[in-house]
Write a protein that binds this ligand. Structure first.
Ligand code: MG
Length: 228
């Protein structure tokens, strides 16, 4: 059995910045603060981490109530922001997911910094949410490594069979994805469809680096190597 854990933004889809726009709209609606001039990095980070930085930037107390208010507004705004921005599914993604979903020896899940409901909205918008049956999400942890552990736990619960972490493959578009995959002892695949160049990703030493999923053969080869 192989367990594939996909990142979302820059890996499966491009939202055209809809997530960031929904974050900024939520900050304005809930706390009355415009946050368009910040330099807080979004890519490859968990929603919880981004929100923590935004709250600190705006002087908003980072507590449960603020988070709940913010989260509700974010999720309310996200579908409209998806409409507003010009996103798409990245090349080769649907074919690859179709191929993987037809195999009995692979389970496909998510390892994303998105909150769970945000992940469903983004993937549902493009009609690909049904490929994913479990995942680790960015609702609770600022550290992506902990999200990776959650994703593996969710896979164990979903599959109900034992497996080793070296049977897991983490696929993503940022150095954060590569590092969190390494942290759990997974096979790590970088894909250059996000905002990081092949050189930047190569510097983090993934097991495999691919341009896009349009030519999935090297990925399938790594996934289904005998010794995994
Ligand atoms: Mg990403």
């Amino acid at each position: 059995m192989r367990i594939c854990l996909f990142d979302i933004d820059g890996t499966l889809i491009r939202s055209g910045g809809a997530g960031q726009l929904a974050f900024e709209n939520a900050m304005e609606v809930v706390f009355g603060i415009k946050t368009t001039n910040h330099s807080i990095p979004f890519r490859g980070r968990t929603d919880r981490a981004i929100m923590g930085d935004l709250f600190a930037y705006c002087g908003v107390e980072n507590n449960h109530q603020s988070w709940q208010l913010f989260l509700k507004a974010y999720l309310d705004h996200l579908p409209g922001c998806m409409d507003e921005r010009d996103g798409d599914v990245l090349p080769g993604v649907v074919d690859l997911l179709d191929q993987l979903s037809q195999r009995q020896d692979v389970a496909v899940g998510l390892l994303t910094g998105n909150v769970a409901e945000g992940a469903q909205i983004k993937l549902g918008y493009f009609g690909i949410a049904h490929y994913f049956h479990f995942g680790g999400y960015g609702d609770h942890h600022p550290q992506r490594e902990l999200v990776a552990q959650d994703a593996v736990s969710a896979a164990r619960l979903h599959l109900g069979i034992p497996f080793e972490n070296k049977q897991v493959c983490v696929i993503g578009d940022t150095p954060h994805d590569i590092r969190c995959g390494r942290a759990i002892g997974a096979v790590v695949v970088g894909v250059c469809t996000g905002s990081h160049s092949a050189n930047e990703l190569a510097a983090t030493s993934p097991d495999l680096l691919i341009e896009t999923f349009s030519q999935p053969e090297p990925l399938l080869e790594v996934l289904f190597r005998e010794h995994l």
